[in-house]
Write a protein that binds this ligand. Structure first.
Ligand code: C2O
Ligand code: CU
Ligand code: CU
Length: 543
């Protein structure tokens, strides 16, 4: 749903970047036509550029873990500033910050039970060009049950000139993860500038059921706004959120993808720092949702549209078998309440069906599976849990604090965690405890994509009713719309330690809607996995 003109005014989305392109209407209101300050001839337009697929990062070398005999892939990525050609005028480039200088960064792909060590080298400039803050980064692999010291704990930062080795266990079932910056108080600007990328964990079940290779397509979606010189604009409306007027898919504005007459799998990551989407195809054809944040759903669900907030991942099948070559199909965004929309934010990308031959020896070419992951097929499968197993119910209120006027969780924020020298925890489940957590968003005009680190959860209910069809799978981010209360069920393990809980509208997270919980910790005793001390960054003396 498009917000009213009045709401646009109230949200105040017409800051520095937007003022240049507003339109006065006779009844005295202002409509946001665009947020970018580019000359009209420099503005990108839908469907004029081909979709590109980020490169796959290759391991530098592999080893074997002597403790369990598992293979370990060793990767290196370098965070650095670069100029990206996003806009149509050749030479009008956009300064970005990227893993290996790419927006989005390279995709990591590996098999379940192959471990990974990701060395992240911070070779960024000392300060962010827009925010002015020191670029002290922390890399989070979102979707991985990593130990706390490798989880991108916001305050466990790596300064320019340093590197950190992140160890990823990859014991979880196949899923779409993503790695992104998590710098304390500056996650929004750093991720917006490009520090985000997909990470695909494969397993035999998913390989058998779903399209692979060129038919397994990552789609990383962000909205951005541009300054007149092609740089990214930034206006987070007093930390409410950033709503750009240009939609990028894999770093290209409203691209076109050529597809064969077969079934495709798309891994849609909403990497927007604030915007949520409601996807639909211009033909009205359904998406078959096969996987959520934590991997395969028990049963595939067909939906003609679904809402998708920041950091959620949905894997969908789209069936192009019945379209004549030359047919163009748009992926559209029908939007949701509490977003700000512009002329072209209702469009995302376009598919163009070709007559190219289809390899029908690949059984996934025409398969739309129904039964997917059998319940309990992995030890921490949240879909196999029953509410009756829960030993505790906790309730959290998502709001703007009456005390600080910042976004908060029960009036608590990351500033309180810092002030406690990282000791304060908001919840303290025992190791392997099953609990129900409820999140209530009854204040204000915002939706909150709520993310819990470490765990996959099952959504039991929203406002006392069944969750939507597309979210009936393992999740780690839940859309908590205005006026909504969600009820979640999860088991806390397999690691002990401190993990973050936060809103994934990143300006909210940074100001300062983030707290932490401790799994199996006894206050006052030594925590071998303390994320601030167990594995700090090291000086990088290689060139
Ligand atoms: Cu995707 Cu704590 O973040
Ligand atoms: Cu996460
Ligand atoms: Cu929020």
């Amino acid at each position: 749903m498009t917000v009213s003109r009045r709401q646009v005014l109230l949200i105040g989305g017409l800051g520095a970047a937007g003022a240049a392109a507003t339109l006065s209407l006779p009844f005295g209101t202002v409509e946001a036509k665009s947020a970018s300050a580019l000359r009209d001839s420099d503005m990108p337009r839908p469907f004029r550029t081909p979709l590109t697929i980020p490169p796959v990062l290759q391991p530098k070398y592999t080893t074997v873990d002597a403790t369990d005999g598992k293979k370990v892939n060793h990767y290196v990525v370098t965070e650095k500033a670069a100029n990206a050609q996003i806009l149509p005028r050749v030479g009008l480039t956009t300064p970005i910050l990227g893993f290996d200088g790419l927006f989005p960064g390279p995709t990591i792909k590996l098999d379940q039970h192959t471990k990974a060590v990701l060395r992240v080298r911070n070779q960024l400039p000392s300060h962010h060009a827009i925010g002015g803050h020191q670029l002290a980064t922390s890399t989070h692999l979102h979707g991985s049950a990593s130990l706390p010291q490798y989880d991108g704990y916001a305050s466990d930062v790596t300064l320019p000139g340093f590197y950190k080795d992140y160890h990823y266990p990859n014991f979880q079932p196949a899923r779409t993860l993503w790695y992104h910056d998590h710098q304390v108080h500056y996650t929004a600007l750093n991720a917006y500038s490009g520090l985000a990328a997909q990470y695909h964990l494969h397993d035999p079940l998913e390989r058998k059921l779903l399209p692979q290779g060129e038919f397994d397509v990552p789609l990383t979606v962000n909205d951005v706004m541009f300054a007149s010189n092609g740089a990214l604009g930034y206006d987070d409306n007093d930390h409410s959120g950033l709503w750009g007027d240009v939609i990028l898919v894999n770093g290209r504005p409203w691209p076109t993808m050529k597809v064969k007459k077969r079934v495709y799998r798309f891994r849609i990551l909403n990497a927007s720092i604030s915007r949520s989407y409601r996807w639909a195809l211009s033909t009205g054809a359904p998406f078959t949702v096969v996987a959520t944040d934590g991997g395969l759903m028990p049963v595939a669900k067909q939906v003609t549209s679904f809402r998708h907030s920041g950091a959620e991942r949905y894997e969908v099948l789209i069936d192009f078998r019945n379209y004549a070559p030359g047919t163009k199909i748009e992926l559209r965004n029908l939007s949701n309440k509490n977003n700000v929309d512009y002329d072209y934010t209702g469009k995302v990308m376009q598919f163009e069906v070709t007559g190219d031959p289809v390899d029908t020896t690949d059984p996934t070419w025409n398969t739309i599976p129904t039964a997917l992951a059998p319940l309990g097929s992995s030890p921490y499968d949240p879909m196999a849990l029953k509410s009756s197993q829960a030993t505790k119910t906790r309730r959290f209120r998502l709001k703007k604090s009456d005390i600080t006027n910042l976004f908060s969780i029960d009036d608590s924020s990351w500033q309180d965690v810092i002030a406690s020298n990282f000791q304060k925890v908001h919840a303290d489940p025992a190791l392997d405890a099953v609990e129900i957590w409820e999140f209530e968003n009854s204040s204000g005009g915002w939706f909150h994509p709520l993310h819990i680190h470490l765990v996959d959860f099952q959504i039991l209910a929203r406002n006392g009713r069944a969750p939507s069809a597309h979210e009936l799978g393992p999740k780690d981010v839940v859309y908590v719309g205005e006026g909504e209360t969600v009820r979640l069920l999860m088991r806390f393990g397999p690691h002990k330690g401190k993990y973050m809980i936060h809103c994934h509208n990143l300006p909210h997270e940074d100001h300062d809607m983030m707290v932490q919980f401790g799994v199996g910790l006894v206050p006052g005793t030594y925590d071998p996995n303390d994320p601030m001390t167990a594995h700090p960054a090291e000086w990088d003396d290689e060139d």
